[in-house]
Ligand binder design. Structure first.
Ligand code: UD1
Length: 428
């Protein structure tokens, strides 16, 4: 398994290009299941998860052409040859559940393995399933699989439009039902829907495929089902989590970095928190410019929430930053129940953090010390790398396969701004 070694203490100066969003790209790829024509996605990030979902779609009958150099993906599902999403692939990536809504909408049947547990929390898929049931699907949970079908007798095998209120805001369940509703009979109203930019991106792509959607980006989305969707070409939105993670790099090391292609509206909660901490974020023609003001960082308090609130996927990175603030910050995690696994690892670098329930009190120290640390999940990994950029001496982050799921060319991007960082390939 690869490791990444960082020698800290260098202020970062330069530009970092923002990649296409992984979390937008995954549902967009599953939208290819809704049509027999070609869906072309551009600005596709080169990440392990994209390969995993490509394999899954391939196993369902998709022809997939991935031009990695051009960041372009062509997907065509002339017909669903096998409506079965196997455990071997689903267990690697929970977003695989997103194939269920489109498969049901297109062919009235689909079987998907239940995703297993996840390091950051239980992450059930009950909301996806309840919503599809409300749209007329019959579900049978057996042998670790969800066998779903729409009885031919009811609606000719088609899902039906409903008004469905999500009891909890869920990004994935909103995406699944949004896609399912595009081909359902009648109007679907999704209430208490997620408002994340990835939902808006998906709705834009579906609309250009011929779907009738209103309200994406608000908490009520209305979809008028149509008989068929066509192919299209769509550019994947910028990755706000990658962008936010790299915004914390000059914040923690000092320096001045431009995030090329960055957009303030995608990271406004983070920008507010950074401003309070003493880091300026401004829009410039190339994207976003992030500069640390003089002196020590101020402590800030954040609470993770659905968009437009502070993103849970940027919580670990903010915690790394706050380990160096002058005073005590409070960080409350409300989305996932077990998302503080980076805390003991940051502690190995000298951070002072106490956890009570779902809140971490972070008391800033003057400096961190490099140490061997272990990545436990995707966003925890980058937080350790960020801490390493600011720490005295060398930090070696192991298990960086987590990092590779969500950050492309991470060493290259940081090195271009003056970071001392290298990948150590290895088997242990
Ligand atoms: C997506 C993102 C992930 C991000 C998360 C929250 C992708 C591929 N992943 O994950 O990076 O951290 O949004 O912003 O886009 N829940 C249920 N039942 C369900 C579904 C969700 O109880 O059926 C709960 C979850 O356990 C969690 C909360 O709802 O506590 C929010 O989860 P959700 O928004 O669904 O996250 P994902 O779509 O899985």
């Amino acid at each position: 398994m690869d490791k990444i070694a960082v020698t800290g203490g260098r202020a970062l100066h330069g530009s970092i290009p923002v990649s296409g969003s992984k979390n937008a790209c995954l549902p967009l790829m599953t939208a290819a299941l809704l049509t027999d024509q070609t869906l072309t996605l551009t600005n596709v990030p080169n990440l392990a998860d994209i390969g995993t979902l490509s394999s899954l779609l391939g196993s369902l009958g998709a022809s997939v052409t991935h031009d990695r150099d051009a960041n372009r993906l062509d997907l065509r599902v002339a017909r669903l040859s096998s409506p079965l999403a196997h455990y071997d692939i689903v267990r690697k990536m929970r977003a695989s559940i997103l194939v269920l809504g489109p498969m049901l909408a297109r062919d009235g049947a689909g079987t998907v393995s239940l995703p297993g547990g996840c390091a950051i929390g239980a992450r059930p898929v009950d909301l996806h399933l309840r919503g599809l049931e409300a749209m007329g699907a019959t579900l049978d949970l057996r042998d670790g699989y969800v066998h779903a079908s729409v009885p031919r007798s009811v609606n000719g095998g088609r899902l039906r439009g409903v008004s469905y209120r999500f009891p909890v805001v869920s990004v994935g369940a909103t995406e699944n039902l949004l896609m399912a509703a595009t081909l359902a009979r009648g109007t679907t109203r999704l209430v208490n829907a997620a408002r994340e930019p990835e939902i808006v991106d998906l709705a834009e792509c579906l609309s250009s495929m011929g779907a009738q959607i209103e309200g994406a980006g608000t908490s009520t989305i209305e979809i008028e089902g149509v008989d068929a969707l066509s192919g299209t070409e769509h550019r994947v939105i910028a990755d706000r989590i990658e962008m936010g993670s790299f915004m914390i790099a000059p914040a923690i090391t000092g320096g001045d970095v431009i995030l090329e292609g960055g957009r303030l509206d995608l990271v406004s909660s983070l920008a507010e928190a950074l401003d309070a901490a003493g880091v300026s974020v401004e829009e410039v023609p190339q994207g976003l410019r992030v500069r640390r003001r003089n002196g020590r960082l101020n402590p800030v308090s954040i609470v993770t929430e659905p968009f437009p609130g502070y993103a849970t996927d940027l919580q670990a990175q903010m915690m790394a930053l706050m380990t160096l603030a002058e005073g005590t910050s409070s960080i409350t995690e409300q989305i996932f129940e077990n998302r503080f696994m980076h805390v003991p690892e940051l502690g190995r670098m000298g951070a002072k953090i106490e956890i009570t329930g779902n809140t971490a009190q972070v008391t800033g120290v003057e400096s961190l010390r490099g140490a061997p640390v272990m990545a436990t999940d995707l966003r925890a990994s980058i937080s350790l790398l960020l801490a390493g950029l600011a720490a005295q001496g060398e930090t070696v982050v192991s298990r960086v396969y987590h990092l590779d799921r969500g950050y492309e060319r991470v060493e290259e991007k940081l090195r271009a701004c003056g970071a001392s960082i290298e990948r150590i390939s290895g088997d242990d």
